[in-house]
Design a protein around this ligand. Structure first.
Ligand SMILES: O=C(CO)[C@H](O)[C@H](O)COP(=O)(O)O
Length: 220
């Protein structure tokens, strides 16, 4: 079964970032998920513009830039000017007065536009934006921290999005507490990719390549 695996780099060993990026690249990761936080939209600080630039320099793999910041429109050009056509930028619609303006800037710059949907945000709230994005990142934990519990009510939202995607042009991605049983349940239903953090990939005393191979060989 074809699905994408992304590494949540806020969970990586920052003291050995070069080694982490090289091992994940060699191990077959599909892209690097970079959580940009401002300590306001979410109660944490994670990665920065410089971390994003460093990872882009160290690996040819695409980046998923997840903007967990207030008013991303004020800072979007800084990020877009350092990205490539194959990179995705996700914004949180709640963080902006006019989120479609920000999405249009991402589209105009040639990157892949995405929205991230918080557990408490309904599909109906973001319906019009589903028509202009290519990717929808469904948060199955509240944004800001790795290592949280999966929130089961998010499953219903994914079911709704899967039905809508039949008539629209976006793919669904999973972010937060992603475990093997969630991949087994949701990949066959059509979820296109999974962000891997502390639950499945990091801090496991196992080479990343081995973990990624094990996930790709899961029995469906
Ligand atoms: O978006 C995130 C936090 O807001 C992280 O990417 C994600 O939570 C990491 O995965 P895990 O939950 O398995 O540690």
């Amino acid at each position: 079964m074809q699905f994408e695996l992304m590494a949540s780099m806020m969970c990586a060993d920052y003291g050995n970032l070069e080694k982490e990026v090289k091992e994940l690249t060699a191990g077959g990761i599909d892209s690097f998920h970079i959580d940009i936080m401002d300590g306001r939209y979410v109660p944490n600080f994670a990665m920065s513009l410089n971390d994003m630039k460093y990872i882009a320099k160290e690996s040819p793999k695409p980046l998923d830039v997840h903007m967990m910041i207030e008013h991303p429109n004020n800072r979007i050009d800084l990020f877009l000017s350092n990205l490539r056509k194959e990179d995705t930028v996700y914004i949180h619609p709640e963080a902006e007065y006019h989120p479609s303006t920000t999405l249009q800037s991402i589209i105009n710059a040639g990157m892949i536009p995405g929205i991230a949907i918080n557990p408490g945000t309904s599909v109906e709230t973001v319906m019009e934006m589903l028509r202009i994005v290519k990717k929808v990142l469904v948060m199955s934990v509240n944004p800001g921290n790795a290592g949280q519990m999966y929130l089961p009510y998010v499953g219903r939202k994914i079911t709704k999005l899967l039905a809508l995607k039949e008539d629209m042009d976006f793919e669904i991605y999973w972010d937060g507490a992603c475990s093997a049983d969630k991949i087994i349940e949701f990949a066959p239903k059509g979820v296109k990719g999974f962000v891997l953090g502390t639950t499945l990939l990091f801090g496991k005393d196992k080479p990343y390549g081995e973990t990624l191979n094990n996930i790709r060989e899961l029995k469906f």
